[in-house]
Design a protein around this ligand. Structure first.
Ligand code: ADP
Length: 167
């Protein structure tokens, strides 16, 4: 890790929500550039959107921040990806206390894998404290309204998909 101006924000972003967007904007108050990086894990993949769709949505959401927020995807270890990108830190979000233990475990494991690895935790606006992508997927799949939970390009992508029958 070297360039102190680049931060990596890894996650599944399936799909990117208003909580993620809030965190990216906070990141850009501290860092020049943030790479929103979709972690590809075929073993765990039960995603709603393909990686290509998620990349497109992230690029659409940050179209007005070109050069400062960009989308990417990676396979393998986050520490190796961060090294390849020359990034100084990785950003993670802390919502409710329930995130803390998992995030601490991840941060310490990454530090074990690469002692130069630093994780920076940011807290979202309290409006987004209980916002999870999984909740958005579930509400959407059951036919509920997610308009206030996701940015416009994601809402458009959800609306383009075949409307689920279950209600
Ligand atoms: P989720 O946990 O919602 O399924 P991700 O796996 O894409 O989403 O999460 C990537 C990172 O973004 C994690 O560090 C997670 O804590 C953070 N994050 C997700 N949603 C929010 C939110 N509403 N506010 C703050 N951070 C968030």
């Amino acid at each position: 890790m070297s360039n102190s101006n680049i931060a990596i924000y890894p996650g599944s972003f399936d799909p990117i929500t208003n909580g993620h967007v809030d965190l990216v904007k906070r990141t850009l108050r501290v860092f020049d550039t943030v790479i929103v990086a979709i972690a590809i894990n075929p073993d765990k993949d039960r995603s709603l959107f393909t990686v290509a769709e998620r990349l497109q949505m992230i690029n659409d959401v940050f179209a007005d921040l070109k050069g400062r927020a960009e989308a990417d995807s990676f396979k393998g270890l986050l520490v190796d990806y961060a090294e390849r990108k020359g990034a100084a830190v990785v950003i993670r979000g802390l919502r409710a206390v329930s995130d803390f233990e998992y995030e601490l475990m991840l941060a310490l494991m990454n530090r074990k894998l690469d002692k130069r690895f630093e994780t920076v935790f940011l807290m979202p606006s309290e409006r987004y404290i209980y916002l999870h992508s999984s909740l958005v997927r579930e509400v959407y799949t059951l036919g509920g309204d997610v308009a206030n939970l996701v940015p416009a390009p994601v809402l458009a992508a959800l609306n383009r998909r075949r409307k689920p029958r279950a209600r």
